[in-house]
Design a protein around this ligand. Structure first.
Ligand code: ADP
Ligand code: MG
Ligand code: MG
Length: 891
């Protein structure tokens, strides 16, 4: 029979799978000799058995009885003993902490008899009756599923009846009366008496913990966080210590460093004469942990000692729950604590300096997501700020603007040059235009997977969502804060998407020192650099040395290219050419499209050629010596033509007035001819190159001539010509042969040898499935993961993201949008296949990825594993990709 129950002395911190996080760490502290109240842990294995068979495993009860007997012997008192009862808490604790799991039940073991014994032992009747009512309250709420408000209301009533506002002013008699009321609540709700037998209380609580593994909120959380559903939870039985035994007792939480900034110091809260969750529940005001030094110097000193022991032992920031019972300190929980991005970098760096961890380990503890957070502009901490309230930090950044309450006003005001913050209860697809127009989005409902959050993240727009304490009244166009402040339409507010805070008025924004460092404005060795910049610098150097993959940037202009290079890009992985056909050049493109004869078309192309050449000269100069992958024209031609409705109206009006409209009419015919039901799947990419004679060769000529010019000037241009949307090798072969011919011609004219690689994007499933054939004719592959995701899923991103993605996320169909983080199971499988067959056909073929997935941490790890040579992403994400490629390589 498996061992289902472990005494705290039998476990350790590495047994989280079996004992859960809480149990493993309680055991670890026990073995360190720290003052942990004795107890034992029931394993996740027992839970898994229970969930599978809907029955406790054979022998579990006997094992519990055995450990309980040992505990009773050690404590010198028995559960339910009438004159001096042993009390325990029953605490859930899975491997990952999870909202929705059952909350802890304290004071198990009390009943009408033992409460008297407890009172006599403690010499405190009030304490005993307070503990008893807490038991019934917690048990009723969490084990028996009774509405917690019923109990809260009864306490409120008791206070009002007595004319007091603080629970400290209720006495033994009041609590005794409350116990009677609570028992009646239980009777009314369940039809049964509150269980008086302590072993029965324990048994029911254990089952309830197991059952809570499948509580709807827990299931949803696991689905969204991709936590396996079959882990199960452990249950901890821990003998009670009492922080509610008068003013020499109390309970608190502490951190070994500041989890917000990472600085060393004393951080935490303490509450005298209180039990368990009183600290977090905010029932009374806590005092800062530093005050404990004055209240109870001995316990304070002991706590400081323990905190140091824990930090040195865990070699990381720990958070701690402790209780002081009449001057004696007890440790109730510890774990490696959560922290902000800045704290993560600072702490990891400090710990290296303290000799506690290696640089290698430090880098494993900071993430690209955290680095990305540090790169957003933020509000000036030093500035005076008036905080209105707080919601969820759904999409990072700092946004300031006038509050508007509907999409229409957002669009109207932003057109006239105003910055606006769109405030809605929640958003839906109708709000899309307003969201685009706004600087930031604020909602009072919905979580991180709500429509507002998903769409804002997709657009890279600042968003605070689910700020429930703010009353957003769209009808009356105003927002009321919990402090009573009223924000009318047009009033300025500031929202912090990184922390979730909302402020009144304009808060000054400061640029990120980390970005200034990457931009070369802050020298990490100088006094200008603070400890955060120095930490970032240290970890980036390490990652750059460790990584196998190169990091390139997506950049279309010389300015972007130069910035990307400063951010550490090792070339351009995607230089789009479509913007080179807009603006003044639109007229030329129109001429090209409308051309009736070869001559007209060639003239249009000939006018475009020198302009294109200049575009490339600038980019090659900015990226001198590094590869620049130029993608030939990709979008459908109609994107360069006037809007069909506007044009139709113009033609109709001209006709009615009998005016000349020959040009417009021809244009309208062309627009009709090029109109597509599904442009994403229509005439674009290589298809365009094959259908519009001379278009791609003009682009290749411009690239080749620009390169020749750079060579003449002593530069080292390294263009790579990339053909988009190839589905079959034949398409590629035609364009490639033409391109090679053009390069040769230009090379002969210029007297230099031009032989640049011609490769293809892999962004259609068919291209991936026939990668072996395509590789025969391609010098490189670049996975266009955005289009590949669209075509693998059959999603048109613009259509689906705003319409039903939040719904899918909330239902847990996917944990994260496949456009944010690569769908490894589907899209990733095609990539793996294409990598394998591409390399088989052409060993040494260069393989990369362009598209925003190249800057997404999880995706970067996948690309590393898949064996790609480089990733390419927007210049701003280049540092993130550098860090994550390094982290992926060190694994
Ligand atoms: P959570 O996972 O929500 O932190 P815990 O199991 O840690 O739940 O317990 C909730 C509260 O009860 C915490 O403040 C904890 O310190 C306190 N607590 C738990 N067990 C005991 C105990 N045996 N004696 C005193 N306080 C306890
Ligand atoms: Mg806890
Ligand atoms: Mg594409």
């Amino acid at each position: 029979m498996p061992k289902y129950v472990f005494d705290f002395t039998e476990g350790n911190k590495d047994l989280k799978d079996l004992l859960g996080g809480k149990g493993a760490n309680l055991a670890e502290m026990t073995n360190l000799g720290l003052p942990v109240p004795p107890g034992f842990t029931i394993t996740t294995e027992a839970c898994r058995h229970y969930l599978k068979h809907q029955a406790l495993p054979q022998g579990l009860d006997a094992q519990i009885d055995e450990k309980l007997a040992a505990l009773e012997a050690a404590m010198g008192k028995r559960l339910g003993q009438t004159d001096d009862p042993l009390l325990v808490s029953v605490r859930s604790g899975a491997k990952f902490s999870m909202p929705g799991m059952m909350e802890t039940v304290l004071n198990i073991g009390l009943n009408d008899e033992s409460v008297e014994g407890l009172a006599a032992q403690a010499g405190e009747a009030r304490f005993a009756w307070d503990s008893y009512r807490r038991l019934i309250q917690m048990f009723g709420k969490t084990v028996q599923d009774i509405d917690g408000e019923l109990f809260e209301d009864a306490i409120e009533e008791a206070k009002q009846h007595k004319g007091v506002s603080d629970d400290l002013d209720l006495d033994a008699g009041d609590f005794k009366a409350l116990v009677q009321t609570f028992k009646k609540i239980v009777r009314d709700a369940t039809g049964k008496e509150f269980p008086a037998d302590p072993r029965e209380q324990m048994k029911q609580a254990i089952r309830a913990v197991f059952d809570s593994w499948n509580a709807p909120r827990a299931i949803l959380y696991r689905r969204q966080e991709r936590i396996p559903t079959d882990l199960g939870t452990a249950v901890n039985i821990c003998s009670m210590v009492f922080g509610n035994l008068g003013m020499s007792s109390g309970t608190g939480v502490a951190f070994t460093r500041d989890p917000a900034s990472g600085q060393q110091g004393v951080y935490g809260d303490y509450l005298q004469n209180a039990q368990g969750e009183d600290v977090v529940a905010g029932i009374r005001n806590t005092v800062p942990l530093g005050d404990l030094e004055r209240i109870d110097p001995a316990s304070y000193a002991a706590l400081m000692d323990i905190m140091e022991t824990l930090e040195t032992h865990y070699r990381d920031l720990c958070d701690i729950e402790f209780t002081i019972e009449r001057g004696k300190l007890w440790m109730l929980q510890t774990r490696v604590g959560k922290r902000t991005a800045a704290a993560a970098f600072r702490i990891a760096n400090q710990l290296i300096d303290q000799g506690l961890i290696t640089l290698d380990e430090a880098v494993s503890r900071v993430t690209g997501d955290q680095l990305a957070q540090l790169m957003f502009p933020r509000f000036d901490y030093a500035a005076k700020r008036h905080r209105l309230g707080h919601g969820m930090n759904a999409s990072p950044g700092a946004a300031v603007g006038r509050a508007v309450f509907d999409s229409y006003t957002a669009i109207k005001w932003s057109r006239s040059g105003e910055d606006v913050i769109l405030c809605r209860r929640e958003t839906n697809p109708d709000d899309l235009e307003g969201m685009i127009a706004a600087q930031g989005i604020l909602t009072s409902r919905g979580g991180k997977t709500s429509h507002a959050a998903v769409v804002a993240r997709g657009m890279g727009k600042t968003c605070v969502c689910g700020a429930e304490e703010l009353d957003i009244d769209t009808k009356n166009r105003r927002l009321v804060a919990p402090g009573g402040e009223v924000i009318e339409e047009g009033d300025v507010i500031s929202i912090d998407g990184t922390s979730g805070a909302v402020f009144l008025g304009e808060v000054p924004v400061v640029s990120s020192p980390v970005v200034r460092y990457f931009d070369g404005e802050i020298d990490p060795a100088s006094d200008q650099a603070d400890d955060l910049v120095r930490a970032v610098h240290r970890f980036m150097q390490y990652s750059d040395a460790a990584r196998r993959m190169n990091v390139r940037a997506n950049a279309d202009t010389p300015e972007d290219a130069a910035r990307a290079r400063r951010m550490g890009a090792q070339g351009i992985g995607l230089c789009r050419t479509e913007h080179m056909f807009l603006g003044d050049r639109r007229a030329l493109v129109e001429r090209l499209i409308l051309a009736d004869t070869d001559k007209e078309r060639e003239e249009a192309l000939a006018t475009l050629l020198p302009m294109q050449r200049e575009d490339f000269v600038g980019i090659f100069a900015a990226m001198d010596g590094l590869p620049v992958t130029v993608r030939l024209l990709d979008p459908p031609l109609h994107e360069f033509l006037p809007d069909i409705t506007e044009l139709s109206v113009r033609v109709a009006v001209a006709e009615a007035r009998g005016e000349e409209h020959e040009g417009d009419l021809r244009m309208l015919q062309a627009v009709h001819r090029l109109h597509e039901q599904n442009p994403m799947l229509g005439l674009r990419g290589v298809r365009l190159g094959l259908v519009v004679p001379g278009l791609f060769t003009m682009q290749v000529r411009a690239i080749a001539q620009a390169a020749a010019e750079r060579i003449r000037e002593g530069g080292r241009p390294r263009p790579e010509i990339m053909i988009p949307l190839v589905g079959t090798v034949q398409e590629l072969e035609i364009v490639r042969d033409e391109s090679i011919k053009v390069m040769r011609e230009v090379g002969e004219e210029a007297g230099v040898e031009l032989d640049f690689p011609v490769g293809t994007m892999i962004e259609l499933p068919r291209a991936a499935l026939t990668a072996g054939q395509i590789a025969e004719s391609a010098a490189f592959f670049s996975f266009g993961t955005n289009d590949l995701t669209q075509t693998v899923w059959g999603f048109s991103r613009d259509d689906v993201e705003a319409s039903f993605f939040s719904n899918y996320l909330e239902k847990g169909v996917f944990g994260v949008s496949p456009f944010e983080s690569l769908d490894v199971d589907g899209v990733g499988r095609l990539i793996t296949l294409a990598v394998q067959e591409g390399r088989e056909a052409r060993p040494g073929i260069k393989l990369g990825v362009c598209g925003e997935h190249g800057g997404d941490p999880a995706s970067v790890h996948f690309f590393h594993q898949a064996g790609l040579d480089y990733v390419s992403c927007s210049p701003f994400r280049v540092p993130v990709a550098r860090l994550e490629s390094g982290r992926a390589a060190r694994r």
